[in-house]
Write a protein that binds this ligand. Structure first.
Ligand code: C5P
Length: 202
């Protein structure tokens, strides 16, 4: 099994890169695990307390569970990925079954900060977009898809997103094998990744 890690700041275009990589593969060959599914269980907290959580700090992620799940998949066993709600700021009661595949993609802002997980990746990718571009994308997504308002997104950007990006996310670029720029349309980088995947699977 090939495990590919795709990191990059919020709004950098990770989801698009994942989709482009998967486009060239058969459904039964590949699946994606999102770091967002592994936010810590917050069932014991009130809604007010949950809203104050710093969701861009490595501590907010249950990396132990993610490591355990990757090990299970590597051993040939299926896992139950938690399903996360951005409205509730918590895991839901549902899970999604993920079966072992030829290729497992793990995507998320902080996945390259964790040594054990980093060492499990066969290919490490960092998706780059300028911070103004990322903020615009984030603003649109949080308002359109995650039920947030303008002031909340801007407040979160200034107080946590930006400092956490500088402190934890940007430095992990140095661990990447490949850095994919997404400020403008680019097919060459994804073509290279697809070639590497085909080569490794052959
Ligand atoms: O999809 P993306 O990689 O951007 O998702 C990570 C972002 O989700 C983080 O920047 C974090 O601030 C945000 N988040 C949120 N509300 C939550 C959990 C995470 O806005 N409850």
């Amino acid at each position: 099994m090939l495990i590919i890690g795709i990191a990059g700041g919020t709004g950098s275009g990770k989801t698009t890169v994942v989709r482009q990589i998967m486009d060239e593969m058969k459904n039964e060959e590949v699946d994606v695990i999102s770091q967002d599914s592994y936010y810590q269980d917050t069932s014991h907290l009130s809604m007010g307390e949950r809203k104050k959580i710093n969701f861009d700090h490595p501590k907010s992620i249950d990396f132990d569970l993610l490591v355990a799940h990757l090990k299970e998949l590597k051993a040939g066993n299926s896992i139950e990925e938690p399903v996360y709600s951005f409205q509730e700021h918590n895991r839901t009661k549902e899970t999604r079954t993920i079966h072992p595949r030829k290729v497992i993609i793990v995507e998320g802002i902080l996945i390259l900060t964790h040594t054990d997980i980093r060492e499990m990746f066969d290919i490490k990718i960092f998706v780059h977009a300028d911070s103004d571009e990322r903020m615009i994308r984030r603003l649109k997504r949080d308002i359109n898809e995650r039920g947030r308002d303008l002031n909340e997104v801007l407040w979160r950007y200034q107080t946590t997103l930006k400092p956490m990006h500088q402190q934890f996310i940007e430095p992990t670029k140095e661990f990447a094998d490949i850095i994919i720029p997404t400020n403008r349309h680019n097919t060459v980088a994804v073509d290279i990744v697809q070639t590497i995947i085909k080569d490794r699977l052959a």
